[in-house]
Design a protein around this ligand. Structure first.
Ligand SMILES: NC(=O)c1ccc[n+]([C@@H]2O[C@H](COP(=O)([O-])OP(=O)(O)OC[C@H]3O[C@@H](n4cnc5c(N)ncnc54)[C@H](OP(=O)(O)O)[C@@H]3O)[C@@H](O)[C@H]2O)c1
Length: 334
């Protein structure tokens, strides 16, 4: 008989609402507990989405023996701390992107998962989208010839609120860890780790990075041209430019979407998304439960190596563009 998992939400913010609503689509997921720093907020969240229990602290949540899996939905600046809290209480973790603030933190999280023999995965939902997987299958098949250039963007004009997480350096503010991570992921999953990185940043008045241009060059001449910004809008699409044509993951490319293919000679066609309901967070949650069903502590799809490589490249981009997080980077640079 399929096990039903008691899911818990750690941090009742914006993304937690979408994840909770998608969890409801999974028959083997039980919406069990919601924890907030504020009990009333946890209760409101639990009532709205149908969770059985509400906690006014994260510490209480991890002590509950009935919790089978925790979704961490706090700002990036707190992912390391909250992941260690859960893992040290043997709670399997699905932690939002960006997985942490730098590679040192990611390495400590992975070591903690191994020491506690407990599941840990970065909630990089794009990896599990049927449209992204289909695009990767086509690009890797060689049907369009060799992949030469990846162009990817993610930008929107984000209201300037100094103390909120998008512009607050203490909370990991800046476009890179919030949305720039997606174009970087697009390049890494198709071309791998670049040999050379050039990046240019523009900063807001809080000192947080606001716009970013990133160029990757690979050993065999491939390139990636990536953009993220909180000060403008962009199509938010990813283009894989190949020798015999190109493939476009249409806007918003990192969510469930359609694929357009253009082949040499002008043949253009669209592969429509198979996705029918929800936002698309159910795919990663389902995968976590499949891993737990078979006793895995590491996902075979969103591996620790992928998360490490991603964070390693984000660190290199930050060093090149002069983007620093003083509360976290002490370990990284000294
Ligand atoms: N996968 C995706 O599509 C997606 C989309 C958006 C965001 N995200 C990721 O999810 C994470 C949360 O983003 P969000 O947009 O949901 O943020 P948010 O609305 O600001 O919510 C974050 C929550 O974290 C908790 N928290 C704990 N310590 C905090 C602190 N010192 N300051 C502020 N909040 C704190 C708060 O919950 P309580 O007060 O209830 O404890 C807060 O509501 C980020 O890492 C982001 O990158 C992913």
């Amino acid at each position: 008989m399929t096990k039903k998992y008691n899911w818990a939400i750690l941090g009742c913010g914006r993304i937690a609402t979408k994840f909770a609503s998608d969890l409801k689509l999974l028959p083997n997921a039980n919406l069990y507990a919601a924890a907030s720093r504020d009990l009333t907020r946890a209760q409101d969240f639990a009532n709205e989405y149908g969770f059985e229990v509400a906690y006014g602290s994260y510490q209480e949540l991890v002590k509950d023996p009935k919790v089978d899996a925790v979704y961490i939905a706090t700002p990036h600046s707190h992912h390391h701390e909250h992941t260690l809290l859960c893992l040290n209480h043997k709670k399997p973790v699905l932690c939002e992107k960006a997985f942490a603030m730098n590679l040192t933190e990611v390495n400590e999280m992975v070591a903690c998962a191994k020491n506690n023999n407990t599941f840990l995965m970065e909630a990089f939902w794009t990896m599990f989208q049927p449209s992204f997987q289909k695009a990767m299958e086509i690009v890797r098949s060689g049907e369009l010839g060799k992949l030469k250039i990846v162009r990817s963007d993610f930008a929107f004009n984000a209201p300037f609120i100094e103390d909120k997480r998008l512009y607050n350096i203490k909370l990991g503010g800046g476009s890179l860890l919030d949305i720039g991570i997606y174009p970087v992921f697009a390049a890494l999953t198709s071309l791998g780790i670049p040999e050379t990185i050039k990046s240019f940043a523009e900063f807001s008045s809080t000192g947080s990075e606001e716009s970013l241009s990133m160029l990757f060059k690979y050993k065999n001449g491939e390139m990636a041209n990536l953009t993220s910004s909180f000060s403008s809008y962009s199509p938010t699409q990813t283009e894989y430019l190949c020798e015999n044509g190109y493939l476009v993951l249409n806007p918003r490319w990192f969510t469930p979407t359609d694929i357009t293919i253009c082949k040499e000679g002008g043949d253009v066609y669209t592969i429509e998304s198979e996705h029918r309901e929800g936002f698309g967070y159910q795919y990663e949650a389902q995968h976590v439960m499949e891993c737990l069903d078979t006793g895995l502590i590491e996902s075979p799809k969103m591996t620790w190596e992928i998360s490490r490589n991603l964070m390693g490249v984000l660190d290199r981009i930050r060093i090149d563009a002069g983007i620093f997080f003083p509360d976290h980077d002490k370990q990284m640079f000294f």
